[in-house]
Design a protein. Structure first.
Length: 732
C-alpha cells in the first residue's frame, strides 16, 4: 500500500496522513486528529535507515511501506530514542529535511573561479589583503548558496595557482560536486588538467563545467574551445557533465548554471549522518572572547554542542562549546555542512590544517596504510619502489614512502597495492581516497584508496597480503569482514573497530557479522559480541594449541595433575583473558579438557602414581604426621622420604593440592590434622582470654619462636587473628 507520511514540525512527530481503506482501524494506529495518525516502526526490521528514505518521508513524499514494517506504537518517544531520527525536533530542519551538499571550484589560475562564486552568491571569497593586492586566490574561500528551501550548498573556492595545489587539495577533500571553471579565452591549461585529475583521484561524485569569460570571446572562438573541451573531458567523470557558458561580468549563463547545479545536487547521495564523526580541519583561528575555532567540511556523522572531542593525531581533548554553520549558531551539525567549532582550552598554535577532529577513542592514528595506488596517465615518470612522495588525505599533507608490494616500479596508468609509510601520524577510514604528488617538483602523479587504515605492524608474507588487499578492495561486504577477522587473528575485533577498517556502514556491518556468526564462521565474545569477534579459524587454531600444550605438559610432568590457567595463557601468543576463558569453556564443554579450580588438564590425562611413587607419598605423609607442629624443612623431608627432588616435589605438591598438607609459609607445611588441632587450641584460648602473646602461643603449642611467628602470621593472613599492639586478638 502507498501511504503518505509527514513530519509535524511543531511536535517533531511523524504523521501518517493518507486515507487508505485497508489501513482503517488497525490496532497499531492511534488516532491523533481528523486527518492524521501516528505510526512507529520496527526499526531493526525495516531497511529505512538510509537517508534517502528518511528524506522522502520527512519531505512528505509518498513512500511504499508494508504492514510488517509498522507496529503498534506509542510513537514519539520511540522515534526520539531510536537512532533513526535525531533527538530534538530542531534538528530535523537542518539535518534531515534539508540536503547539504558541498561544491568546490577547480580550474586554472585567473580563469574566474572566485568571480563566479561572487556572481552566484554575492560573497567575495578572496578575503586576504594579499589576495586583493595580487588579484589571485591564495587561501581557501568559503561561501554558501541556498538553491531551494531544502537544498543548501556550501561552496569551497580554491586557488588555481600551481604553487597552491596543496591548498586546493585541502579544500577539495570533502566536496560532493565540482564546478570546473575554464576561461573561454584561454581554454584548457595545466591546472585545469591537474585539478581535474585530483577530482578523479578523489572520486568526486559529480561535476559541471563553467566556461567563463564568454563576454571576452567571439562565437567561433567559443565553438573551438567547446570542441577542445569535449576532447579533453572524454573518458573522465565529466565526460557527459553539463557545460555552461557564463560571464561573471554580464551575468550571462548564470541562471542556467544555477539550474544545472541544482539538478546535479539533487541526484547526489548526501554524506552519511550515521557515519563516524570526522571533521578534517582546514582553518584554525581565534575569536576574541571565545578562543580557538576550527573549521572544516563535516565528512561524516554529526556533532553537538557539549560533545567531547579529540584533535588527532595530536590527541588534544576539548568539548564543543559553540557550533556554527554558515555563520548561524546551531546546536547540532550534520555531515555535508561546512562548520566552525569553538574548542575551549586549546591554543591556536597547538592545532593546524591537516588535523582531524573526532570523538575520543573512535579513530586510531597510524604511520602506515595499506592502499591501492594508480599512477596517472600524465604522470611525468615512473614511480619507483620506496619513492618519497607527498601524501594528501583530507586536509593534510604528509611526506611518505611508497612501498610497492609486487613490483619495483609503477608505470603511468598502472595500478597496484602498496604500503604507505608516513613520516607523521595520520588517521583514515577504509575507503578514504587520497592523492600523491611527487616530492620535487611537486606534481600530482597518482592516488587511490585506503584499504587498511590500521594494518598490523608485523611483517606479512607478500602473496597472502596481496590476496588480503584484493579482497578488501573488491570483495563483497561479507568477504571484507571475514578478512578483517582473519587478519586480527586471536585479538577480538569489535564492531567499532570494524567500522573503521571495513568501509561499510553500520547496518551492513551488523548484518554481515550476524550472518558470519550464525554461519559458524565467526564467534561473538561477550553478550552479543560486545567484547568483539574472532574468526572461527583463529579460535580452532588456539583450541588445538591449548590441547597440544597440555599434552606436552603432561608428557613432561606426568605426575602433575594440571597446568595453572595463567601459565597456560602466557604460553599462547597474544590471547587476552576474554577469549581464553571462552576457549577453556568451549573445550571443557566438549570434554576435551577438564578444569579443576585454577588448573587445567587434558581430559584424557589421569595422573596415577607408580608403586615406588606411592611409597614416597606414604612416607611423606608419615613424616608430617609424626612431626606435629614442628615439621622439617621441605628438602630434608624429601630426602628422608627417599625421593629425588623433582619427583619428590611433584608428589609433595600433590599432597598440598589434595589438602593433606597445608602451607604455612615457604617450605613450612603442616599435616592437616595438626593444622586443625592448632586452630582449635588457639580458638580454645580465645574462649578464656581476650588476646594471646607470642610467648603464650609458643607455650600453648609447645613450639619454638621459629615456628610460632610464621604460624601467627599465617593465622593473620587467613583472618583468624589480627595484631593488636604486641598481641593477637580474634580477627572478628
Ligand atoms: N571579462 C570577464 N572577466 C572576468 C570574468 N570572470 C573573471 N574575470 C576576471 O578575471 C580575473 C581573474 O578572476 P578570478 O575570479 O580572481 O579568477 P580565479 O580563477 O579565482 O583565480 P585564482 O583564484 O587566483 O586561481 C579577474 O580580473 C576578474 O575580474 C568574466 O566572466 N568576464
Ligand atoms: Mg580565486
Amino acid at each position: 500500500m502507498d501511504v503518505r507520511l509527514r513530519l509535524d514540525a511543531g511536535s517533531g512527530q511523524l504523521r501518517l496522513s493518507h486515507h487508505s481503506p485497508c489501513l482503517h482501524p488497525h490496532p497499531w494506529q492511534k488516532r491523533t486528529g481528523p486527518r492524521s495518525r501516528l505510526v512507529a516502526f520496527r526499526f531493526q526490521e525495516c531497511q529505512w535507515k538510509n537517508d534517502l528514505f528518511l528524506r522522502a518521508v520527512l519531505a512528505g513524499m509518498a513512500v511504499k511501506i508494508t504492514t510488517t514494517n509498522l507496529q503498534r506504537l506509542d510513537v514519539t518517544n520511540r522515534l526520539r530514542d531510536s537512532t533513526l531520527l535525531p533527538r530534538s525536533p530542531v534538528c530535523y530542519d537542518d539535518g534531515v529535511t534539508m540536503k547539504h551538499i558541498i561544491i568546490g571550484t577547480a580550474g586554472h589560475i585567473d580563469h574566474g573561479k572566485t568571480s563566479l562564486v561572487k556572481a552566484l552568491t554575492g560573497i567575495d571569497t578572496d578575503r586576504l589583503k594579499e589576495e586583493k593586492e595580487r588579484g589571485i586566490s591564495i587561501e581557501l574561500g568559503f561561501a554558501n548558496l541556498a538553491l531551494s528551501d531544502d537544498l543548501h550548498l556550501g561552496i569551497v573556492d580554491v586557488p588555481g595557482h600551481e604553487r597552491f595545489v596543496k591548498t586546493m587539495l585541502a579544500g577539495v577533500g570533502g566536496i560532493d560536486l565540482v564546478v570546473l571553471v575554464i576561461g573561454a579565452d584561454e581554454g584548457v591549461m595545466p591546472q585545469t588538467r591537474e585539478h581535474l585529475h585530483i577530482c578523479e583521484l578523489l572520486q568526486v561524485k559529480r561535476g559541471v563545467v563553467a566556461l567563463t569569460k564568454v563576454d571576452l570571446v567571439e562565437p567561433d572562438w567559443l565553438e573551438m574551445v567547446q570542441a577542445d573541451l569535449k576532447e579533453f573531458l572524454a573518458g573522465t567523470f565529466l565526460e557527459s557533465a553539463p557545460v555552461v557558458a557564463v560571464s561573471a561580468v554580464t551575468g550571462q549563463g548564470l541562471p542556467q548554471l544555477r539550474t544545472v547545479l541544482r539538478e546535479a545536487a539533487e541526484t547526489i547521495e548526501p554524506k552519511r549522518h550515521d557515519g563516524i564523526f570526522r571533521l578534517p580541519i582546514d582553518r584554525v583561528f581565534t575569536i576574541k572572547g571565545f578562543g580557538t575555532v576550527v573549521t572544516g567540511t563535516l565528512w561524516s556523522g554529526t556533532v553537538r554542542v557539549g560533545d567531547e572531542v579529540v584533535v588527532l593525531p595530536v590527541e588534544l581533548r576539548s568539548r564543543v562549546r559553540r557550533l556554527q554553520v554558515h555563520g548561524q549558531t546551531v546546536e547540532q551539525a550534520w555531515a555535508g555542512q561546512r562548520i566552525a567549532v569553538n574548542l575551549p582550552g586549546l591554543e591556536v598554535d597547538q592545532l593546524s590544517r591537516g588535523d582531524l577532529l573526532a570523538f575520543p577513542g573512535a579513530l586510531k592514528p597510524t604511520m602506515i596504510f595499506d592502499v591501492s595506488l594508480a599512477l596517472l596517465k600524465d604522470a611525468p615518470r615512473v614511480l619507483r619502489n620506496r619513492a618519497r612522495v607527498r601524501f594528501h588525505l583530507g586536509t593534510s599533507e604528509i611526506l611518505a614512502r611508497v612501498v610497492l608490494l609486487d613490483r619495483e616500479e609503477l608505470k603511468p596508468t598502472e595500478e597496484t597495492f602498496a604500503h604507505l609509510r608516513l613520516e607523521e601520524m595520520a588517521t583514515a577510514l577504509a575507503g578514504d581516497r587520497y592523492v600523491i604528488r611527487s616530492y620535487s617538483p611537486a606534481q600530482t602523479v597518482g592516488g587511490g584508496s585506503i584499504l587498511d587504515p590500521n594494518p598490523p605492524v608485523r611483517r606479512r608474507a607478500k602473496a597472502p597480503l596481496l590476496e588480503h588487499l584484493k579482497v578488501l578492495q573488491t570483495g563483497t561486504s561479507g568477504q571484507q569482514v571475514e578478512r578483517l577477522l582473519l587478519q586480527a587473528g586471536p585479538v577480538p575485533i569489535t564492531l567499532d573497530a570494524l567500522r573503521v577498517s571495513a568501509s561499510l556502514d553500520e547496518t551492513t556491518l551488523r548484518r554481515e557479522i550476524t550472518r558470519l556468526v550464525e554461519g559458524g564462521v565467526a564467534m561473538a565474545l561477550g553478550a552479543k559480541g560486545d567484547l568483539g569477534y574472532v574468526h572461527r579459524l583463529s579460535y580452532d587454531r588456539l583450541a588445538a594449541e591449548i590441547l597440544s600444550r597440555l599434552e606436552e605438559f603432561h608428557r613432561q610432568d606426568p605426575l602433575k595433575d594440571g597446568l595453572p590457567k595463567e601459565e597456560l595463557r602466557s604460553k599462547l601468543h597474544q590471547v587476552g583473558p576474554v577469549l581464553f576463558t571462552r576457549l577453556l569453556q568451549g573445550l571443557a564443554e566438549t570434554q576435551r579438557i577438564a578444569i579443576d579450580r585454577e588448573k587445567v588438564r587434558h581430559f584424557l590425562h589421569h595422573p596415577t602414581l607408580s608403586a615406588p611413587e606411592q611409597a614416597v607419598k606414604d612416607r611423606l605423609v608419615a613424616i608430617y604426621q609424626k612431626a606435629g607442629f614442628q615439621p622439617p624443612d621441605l628438602e630434608p623431608a624429601l630426602a628422608q622420604a627417599g625421593a629425588d627432588s623433582k619427583t619428590g616435589i611433584t608428589i609433595f605438591h600433590r599432597l598440598a593440592d589434595e589438602g593433606t598438607v597445608i602451607k604455612i609459609k615457604d617450605h613450612f607445611y603442616l599435616h592437616r590434622d595438626h593444622y586443625s588441632r592448632a586452630k582449635e587450641m588457639l580458638l580454645g584460648h580465645f574462649t578464656l582470654h581476650a588476646a594471646i602473646s607470642v610467648q603464650q602461643f609458643k607455650e600453648l603449642l609447645g613450639v619454638s619462636r621459629k615456628f610460632a611467628i610464621p604460624f601467627l602470621e599465617h593465622f593473620d593472613s587467613v583472618k583468624l587473628t589480627r595484631r593488636h599492639n604486641d598481641e593477637r586478638v580474634p580477627y572478628a
